[in-house]
Write a protein that binds this ligand. Structure first.
Ligand code: MG
Length: 216
């Protein structure tokens, strides 16, 4: 199956941001590595690709528990995550993902309603969406970290996306670059396209249940 076949006849596309609309994951990974080094944890930058989609607190807790046997308070997590967000901004502006605009154009031509579904609350990126993708993601068609209690792989972000689009799961398609995001799309019962824009092997997307794998 091709991308055009996958979107044909659907009514809405629920689209992830980091690693799909922006080539921002390498910057996130470096910001995470720098943050965790300050906490005394030497985690390779590439490892953070695996955690994409989880909330910041979930990522911090996973590593702290694994490496230190520590469970941090929500306040401690928030303070660490705030530093990560600062370091991400210091990495500079990520570029729009090459090829993303063309996929969005095909979706528009097919008549799909586009909804942003991101686990991010990173305002530095969210505020640029209108400039980089004009008219594609108006405020009322955005699900961000601020709208959900559960991060991916929980289906909540994509279920909220269906609600905002006003369509059923069968009428929608998800576009994701992260295995946990693919799991979230599938858990919401939606046809999920994995766009492999990072270093994660295709086997991880197959195990996550992706319906279609697209190379970068
Ligand atoms: Mg992503």
């Amino acid at each position: 199956m091709t991308f055009s076949e996958a979107i044909r006849g659907r009514k809405a596309a629920l689209i992830d941001m980091d690693g799909v609309l922006y080539d921002s994951m390498p910057l996130h990974c470096r910001a995470w590595r720098r943050t965790m080094l300050e906490e005394g944890l030497d985690i390779p930058a590439e490892e953070f690709f695996q955690y994409e989609g989880m909330t910041g607190a979930a990522t911090i807790n996973l590593l702290m528990e694994r490496e230190r046997g520590l469970t941090l308070s929500p306040e401690e997590c928030a303070a660490i995550y705030a530093r990560k967000a600062t370091y991400f901004r210091e990495e500079g502006q990520p570029v729009p993902m090459p090829g993303a605009a063309e996929m969005l154009r095909q979706m528009r031509d097919e008549g799909l309603t586009t909804v942003l579904v991101t686990g991010s609350a990173q305002n530095s990126l969210l505020s640029r969406l209108e400039e980089d993708y004009p008219g594609v993601f108006p405020q009322e068609r955005r699900v961000t970290a601020l709208d959900v209690t559960h991060g991916k792989p929980h289906p909540e972000p994509y279920l909220k996306g269906l609600e905002k689009a006003g369509v059923s799961a069968a009428e929608a398609v998800v576009l994701e670059n992260a295995p946990l995001g693919v799991r979230a799309g599938k858990a919401a019962g939606i046809f999920t396209i994995a766009w492999m824009t990072g270093p994660i092997p295709s086997s991880a997307f197959i195990s996550a249940g992706a319906d279609l794998l697209l190379p970068r």
